[in-house]
Write a protein that binds this ligand. Structure first.
Ligand code: TRP
Ligand code: ZN
Length: 480
């Protein structure tokens, strides 16, 4: 899904650079961006189209996502058998061609692809690493809307220990699966344009043995339907979502639903082992979402909530509308962090991974704000404590360039948050909090870059802030 906005003159040059390296974002991109472009003469190539690139253009993750099209919607109709750890079904992907396409790729890790159709007609398909290459019977014209249906089955394999990231993706558990896919694990359970630069809406129809619960993003489309010992849950997320935030966490769950004091629907669930924390999870998620709505702007989605599963991930992920907590009892601080991500990361998403501080720095700063709001440690105190810290990583690694082999380095979180605190001091509380709301408003449901944040901060404050952002985001040393 593409939400393009007019480019302000001040950011035009930087943005042009970003667009040039992200083919999926630039409708004007020529086919020459395709790394695998054949050497056929242009006239012929134009008729039959050219292959879409095997990556969306993120230099740090060259084969993540794909070029040549933009996904608008994923409709996933799946069944899962926990005893056999087997996932099977059909993914229908609706997309728009951004170039004339002779063939295109989707990202998919493992599985047997049984058949692929494009607009209902059988299409050729082949596999190479995590790429599924689809050749439609007829080339697709630039601008054409098309539907790819992929029928697939197999034992999902999560990504394990790739570049310091732990285990992520579709993670089978005793009674189901824990599905948390940042940064690029969506491909471990559905064929996708697996990069945050391409957001789309989602429908999930997932069938499991009766007695289990399926928890996906957005809202349930009705009561689960049980026939022949199996239950189908239908969920729908109507707001654009990045692939890594999609989930179908499944298993035995205790569920509590209702409305927050502010009137927002809430869905909270825990593995039975954590049942005594369900009430705390429910109340805290409701309270925090209501509060952040007053600080960051209107809540972007139609419901909020959270899920505690018994898979000991030791981490949480900000899955859209339902953060997932893996095998621990979350405190208020981490709930505040994951729910702040609903604005920073989920609604306003990054365009390339090196800008990850736009997610993690902001969510960490939110933890500091939450503590201060509750009469605990102030944000100024948190800043001072970290500023005095000898934690070498904070000063060695500038947060503005998250490194692909260590994306979630402490600097991206903590020095990212410190950057915001210094900015707040420089432009004042009033402008700072108006800036946060303008940021979430201008890029709601879209994608953004650090350059755009800096430009907006300068515009709203009327100050030149290059020195501040350069020292805090980009220099490998403690700013003075
Ligand atoms: N974004 C998560 C957070 O800070 C952390 C995280 C990174 C993660 N990669 C993950 C969580 C993979 C689950 C799976 O809240
Ligand atoms: Zn986070």
């Amino acid at each position: 899904m593409q939400l393009t906005r007019p480019v302000r003159p001040a950011t035009a040059v930087l943005l042009a650079t970003v667009l040039a390296t992200v083919p999926g974002l630039a409708t004007a991109c020529s086919a020459s961006d395709g790394a695998t472009a054949p050497s056929a003469p242009p006239a012929r190539a134009q008729e039959g189209g050219l292959p879409g690139a095997d990556g969306i253009g993120d230099p740090d993750f060259p084969t993540d996502g794909n070029g040549g099209y933009d996904v608008g919607h994923y409709a996933l109709k799946l069944s899962y058998d926990p005893a056999a750890t087997r996932l099977s079904g059909t993914a229908r992907v609706t997309a728009t061609a951004t170039q004339a396409l002779s063939r295109f790729n989707l990202d998919l890790h493992g599985f047997t692809v049984r058949s692929v159709t494009v607009d209902g007609r059988a299409a050729g398909h082949s596999r190479a690493d995590d790429e599924l290459v689809v050749t439609p019977a007829q080339p697709l014209a630039k601008g054409a809307r098309f539907e790819v249906a992929i029928d697939y089955a197999g034992r999902p394999e999560p990504v394990r220990n790739s570049s310091n990231l732990g285990t992520y993706g579709f993670i089978p558990t005793k009674d189901g699966a824990f599905v948390t896919a940042e940064p690029n694990g969506a491909r471990t359970w559905f064929p996708s344009n697996d990069h945050p630069a391409d957001k789309a809406t989602f429908d999930f129809d997932v069938t499991v043995p009766a007695g289990l619960t399926v928890i996906a993003n957005g809202e349930l489309r009705g009561r689960p339907v049980t026939t022949g010992g199996r239950t189908t849950f239908s969920w729908r997320e109507t707001h654009p979502m990045v692939t890594y935030l999609a989930t179908i966490t499944m298993g035995r769950f205790e569920v509590r639903t209702g409305r927050s004091p502010g009137g927002l629907p809430v869905y909270a669930a825990t593995d039975p082992r954590y049942r005594e924390h369900l009430d705390f999870l429910y109340r805290t998620s409701a309270k925090v979402t209501d509060y952040w709505s007053t600080v960051f702007g209107n809540y972007p989605f139609s419901s909020t909530g959270g899920v505690i599963d018994d898979f000991s991930a030791g981490y949480a992920l900000e899955n859209q509308t339902k953060p997932m907590y893996g095998g621990f009892q979350p405190d208020e601080s981490i709930i505040a962090h994951e729910l702040a991500h609903q604005w920073f990361g989920d609604s306003v998403s990054i365009t390339r991974w090196k800008d990850l501080w736009l997610n993690e720095g902001f969510a960490t700063y939110a933890e500091w704000l939450w503590s201060e709001h509750n009469g605990g440690t102030t944000a100024a105190r948190s800043f001072q404590d970290y500023y005095g810290s000898e934690q070498a990583a904070l000063w060695k690694y500038p947060p503005g360039v998250a490194r692909p082999d260590d994306l979630f380095n402490a600097s991206v979180y903590v020095r990212g948050a410190m950057t915001l605190h210094v900015l707040r001091g420089r432009i004042g509380d009033d402008t700072f909090f108006r800036l946060l709301r303008a940021w979430t408003g201008e890029h709601r449901y879209g994608n953004a870059t650090t350059e755009q944040f800096i430009a907006l901060a300068e515009k709203m404050s009327g100050k030149q802030l290059d020195d501040l952002f350069d020292a805090w985001l980009y220099q490998p040393r403690r700013p003075s």
